[in-house]
Design a protein around this ligand. Structure first.
Ligand code: CO
Length: 281
């Protein structure tokens, strides 16, 4: 199906991210939130953790606070146990997602629920509008079987976490703050994937496996491609491939960030640290 009348998103920036360490010695690749790419409004950070060496992940992410934004954990392999200050406790499995709205404050931990084997997944930080930064903390959590899977044919399989595909498959995560689209797409060699997009939304693709082509740019595994603003994304698979497509409405608000807190002003950051220290979350 050609949709030549729609404007096409092209690749405007490419990055391989950089090696980083976070939590208690977890080795990861920071893809957004680096000196080269501070943020892509409203996305503040994207980390990919992938290792079959327990030394790289076993320390996990012990108890730490967040305020002012959302954290989205999506696992591809392994298991992670999460626990928090408002009484939630559960295990995220491969293909499962946890979309946590930290809002005015939450203290949580995310620990590998395994002692060996591959652990692979992503954590995305999504900013909240100024008007909702102090909302009550909440969760949207979905097991692999609760996720929307679109199996258009054997050539394209889409796991829909949030937003809607061109065939109308709706993801389970509802988010009216920035109306995100979060798709995990498997595309066989030589096939094409089309996704209509809101022209106003910022969007990127991250290649998990194989090689893909967007416009005249070929992208290899572990590459982030930020996309220009247009009405549609067309991806051609050069080889059997898998990639994330993530888009959302930019907030266009001032960002003041420090460690686990993301607010609009320096004064609000100081307040966040004070509230955390005095157990006022
Ligand atoms: Co966290």
């Amino acid at each position: 199906m050609t949709t030549a009348e729609k404007t096409q998103r092209t690749v405007s920036f490419i990055s391989q991210g950089q090696a980083a360490m976070d939590g208690d010695g977890v080795r990861l690749t920071r893809i957004i939130g680096t000196p080269q790419l501070d943020m892509l409004d409203p996305f503040l950070m994207l980390d990919c953790f992938e290792s079959d060496n327990p030394d790289d992940y076993i320390g996990g992410f012990p108890s730490h606070p967040h305020r002012g934004f959302e954290t989205v954990t999506y696992l591809l392999a392994g298991r992670m146990r999460h626990q928090d200050s408002v009484g939630n406790n559960g295990v995220i499995e491969p293909g499962g997602v946890q979309w946590m709205t930290a809002g005015k404050g939450i203290i949580h931990s995310e620990m590998p629920e395994q002692e060996n084997g591959l652990l692979k997944g992503f954590q995305l930080w999504v900013n909240l509008p100024a008007s909702d930064k102090m909302t009550a903390p909440s969760y949207q959590e979905f097991t692999p079987s609760e996720m929307a899977l679109e199996d258009t044919n054997d050539d394209c399989r889409i796991r829909v976490i949030s937003g809607k595909t061109n065939k109308g498959t709706l993801g389970p995560v509802i988010n009216n703050y920035v109306n995100p689209t979060y798709l995990d797409v498997e595309l066989n060699a030589k096939h094409e994937f089309f996704q209509d997009t809101n022209e106003e939304h910022n969007a990127f693709v991250y290649v998990i496996e194989g090689d893909i082509q967007i416009g005249d740019k070929q992208l290899s595994v572990n590459t982030l491609a930020i996309l220009s603003r247009a009405e549609q994304l067309a991806v051609k698979a050069v080889s059997n491939s898998r990639f994330l497509f993530i888009a959302a409405r930019p907030l266009n608000e001032p960002v003041a960030r420090s460690g686990p807190f993301v607010m609009n002003t320096h004064e609000q950051l100081v307040q966040a640290y004070n509230d955390f220290r005095s157990n006022n979350f």
